[in-house]
Design a protein around this ligand. Structure first.
Ligand code: NAP
Length: 469
C-alpha cells in the first residue's frame, strides 16, 4: 500500500504543540504527500514554551506564534487541546489510528544540583518560577516567598537571566507585559533587594546571550554590580576570547567589563554577577539561610573546552531564596523508550530507538526531548526537518504502523467515549480573544487564564447555541 496518496493519506499524530511540534507539522504539510496531521496537547492552549517559557517582557519572541497559526490553518491539520498522552490516549491507541507518531513534548522538569540542603524551603527550580509567572496551570498554585531580600540564581543561562530580570523589574515594567496577574501582584509587593547570579565558570563561558546581559543594565530600578576582579579574565579565557571567534563570549566579556567600571546609581535593587563559584551546600533550619560556594579555577579539558575545577577555598553568602537554573530535563512518557541519564528519548536523527537499539518503527522525536534542552526557538526548525525527513523516507519505504482504524472520526470516537473534552484550534482562538479582551479591560496586552477549568468554561460557553429569540 502506498502511503501519502489521496486514497491513503499518511496519518500522523504529533504529541505536544511547542515550536518543534509545529515545525514537524509544517515539514509534513510541505512534503507533497497527502497527509493528515493531528496534534495532541495536554493543555487547552498551544505553543508550549512560547506561551509557558518565554519571558513576558519578550513579546517580540512570542510573535513566532503567527507562523504556527498559519500552519494550524491548513485543512489537513487538526489540533486537539486538553488531551493528555498516556492518560487520554496511549501509544497503542495511536498505533490503531495513525501511521506515525512524533513526540515533541519538550523537557518537563529541572536538573538537580545534588547538594545538601537543596530541598530546604525557599530553594526552587527556576523552571517552576518561570511556569508560575507565565500562568502555566501546573505552577499557578506555587508559592514563592518574595518578602525575602537576598536571592541566589544559580546558573549562567538565559533562563537565569530571565528569572533575575523578572525579579529585578518594577511594577511599571511588568504591567506592560502578559505576566500572570497573580505574579504581577506578588512581584509588586516583592521585597527582593539583592540578586546574585552565580556562574560556575567565568564571564567568557556564560551560556546567556548578549542581548539578555545588556537588558539587565537597562532596568529602571536595578543596578548591575560586577567587581573589576570578577570581570577580569584568566589567561586561558583571554586566549579563548582572542582566538576562538566566539562572538557571544567576546560581547559578554565586553559588557561585563563595562558594568565593572560603572558606579552603582543607588537603585532599589542590585544584581550581582558572580563567577567561578559552584554551590556546595545550602544551609538553614527550615528555610534556606545561606549558600556555601567553592571557588573554581578553569582548566583546559581534553576536548579543548575550559572546565571548572574546585579549589580549596570556600565562601558563604547569606541568602534567603534560591532559584536553581541549571537546565531543564526530559521526563519519560508511558510506553515510549527513554534514556534516564540524558533525559531524552533515544534516537538517531529523530528515529526513536528501542532499549535493544533497534528502530521503533513509526515513532519519532523532535525538539528538546530529542536533543536535550538547548538552542533557541529557531533551532527547532532544522531539528524537526531532520526528523521528518527520516519519517517521510520511512513512509515511502512502507515502514510505519499499520493502523486498524485510520480516521479522525475513530480517534474522536475514542476520546468522546473516554469523556475527554478536546478543544479545537478555533476554540483556542476564542480563548485567545478572551484573554486579549481581558487585557484591554485592564490596560494590558493580555490577561492569561491560568486554570484549566476557567479555560474550558470559556470554550464551553462559546460552544453553547445562542438562546433567546
Ligand atoms: P543553559 O543555557 O544550558 O544554561 C545552564 C547553565 O547552568 C549554564 O551556565 C551551566 O554552566 C549551568 N550549570 C549546569 N549545571 C550546573 C551545576 N551543577 N552547578 C552550577 N551551574 C550549572 O540552560 P537554560 O538557561 O535552562 O536555557 C535552556 C535553553 O533555552 C538554552 O538553549 C537557552 O538559550 C534557551 N533560552 C533562550 C532564551 C532567549 O532566547 N531569550 C530564554 C530562555 C532560554 P556550564 O556552562 O558550566 O555547564
Amino acid at each position: 500500500m502506498t502511503l501519502g496518496t489521496t486514497a491513503t493519506p499518511l496519518r500522523v499524530a504529533i504529541i505536544g504543540s511547542g515550536p518543534s511540534a509545529f515545525y514537524a507539522a509544517e515539514h509534513y504539510l510541505k512534503s507533497g504527500l497527502a497527509v493528515e496531521i493531528d496534534m495532541f496537547e495536554r493543555l487547552p492552549t498551544p505553543y508550549g514554551l512560547v506561551r509557558g517559557g518565554v519571558a513576558p517582557d519578550h513579546p517580540k519572541i512570542k510573535t513566532v506564534t503567527k507562523v504556527y497559526d498559519r500552519i494550524a490553518a491548513n485543512p489537513n491539520f487538526h489540533f486537539y487541546g486538553n488531551v493528555e498522552f498516556g492518560r487520554d490516549l496511549t501509544i497503542d491507541d495511536l498505533r490503531a489510528h495513525y501511521h506515525q507518531v512524533v513526540f515533541g513534548v519538550g523537557a518537563q522538569t529541572d536538573r538537580r544540583m545534588g547538594i545538601p540542603g537543596e530541598d530546604l524551603l525557599g530553594s526552587h527550580p527556576a523552571t517552576e518560577f518561570v511556569g508560575w509567572y507565565n500562568a502555566h496551570p501546573d505552577y499557578r498554585e506555587l508559592q514563592f516567598d518574595l518578602s525575602k531580600e537576598k536571592v541566589a540564581v544559580i546558573g549562567n543561562g538565559n533562563v537565569a537571566m530571565d528569572v533575575a530580570r523578572i525579579l529585578a523589574s518594577t511594577y511599571d515594567e511588568l504591567v506592560k507585559t502578559d505576566i500572570a496577574d497573580y505574579a504581577l501582584e506578588a512581584l509588586k509587593a516583592s521585597n527582593v533587594k539583592d540578586i546574585y547570579i552565580i556562574g560556575r565558570r567565568g564571564p567568557a563561558q556564560a551560556a546567556y546571550t548578549n542581548p539578555e546581559l545588556k537588558e539587565l543594565g537597562e532596568l529602571h530600578d536595578a543596578d548591575v554590580i560586577v567587581s573589576p576582579e570578577t570581570a577580569e579574565l584568566d589567561p586561558l579565557s583571554s586566549e579563548y576570547v582572542l582566538t576562538s571567534g566566539d562572538r557571544d563570549a567576546e560581547r559578554n566579556t565586553q559588557t561585563l567589563m563595562r558594568y565593572s567600571t560603572q558606579t552603582p546609581a543607588g537603585k532599589s535593587k542590585r544584581i550581582h554577577m558572580l563567577f567561578l563559584l559552584s554551590p556546595t551546600a545550602l544551609f538553614g533550619t527550615e528555610n534556606v539561610e545561606a549558600i556555601e560556594l567553592v571557588k573554581n579555577e578553569l582548566y583546559k579539558a581534553d576536548d579543548g573546552t575550559l572546565r571548572p575545577r574546585a579549589t580549596s577555598e570556600k565562601i558563604t553568602l547569606p541568602i534567603d531564596l534560591v532559584f536553581r537554573s541549571i537546565g531543564y530535563k526530559g521526563v519519560a512518557l508511558p510506553g515510549v523508550p527513554f534514556d534516564e541519564r540524558g533525559g531524552v528519548i533515544p534516537n538517531v536523527k529523530g528515529r526513536i530507538l528501542n532499549a535493544d537499539k533497534s528502530v521503533a518503527v513509526g515513532e519519532y522525536a523532535v525538539g528538546w526531548i530529542k536533543r536535550g534542552p538547548s538552542g533557541i526557538i529557531g533551532t527547532n526548525k532544522p531539528d524537526s526537518q531532520e526528523t521528518i525527513d527520516q519519517a517521510l523516507e520511512d513512509a515511502k519505504a512502507g515502514s510505519s504502523f499499520t493502523p486498524s482504524a485510520p480516521s479522525r472520526a475513530a480517534v474522536e470516537g475514542v476520546l468522546r467515549e473516554r469523556g475527554v473534552d478536546f478543544i479545537s484550534f478555533a476554540e483556542w482562538q476564542k480563548l485567545d480573544e478572551a484573554e486579549v479582551a481581558n487585557g484591554t479591560a485592564s490596560g494590558r496586552p493580555r490577561v492569561k487564564f491560568s486554570r484549566v477549568d476557567d479555560m474550558l468554561n470559556v470554550v464551553r460557553a462559546a460552544r453553547e447555541p445562542a438562546t433567546g429569540d
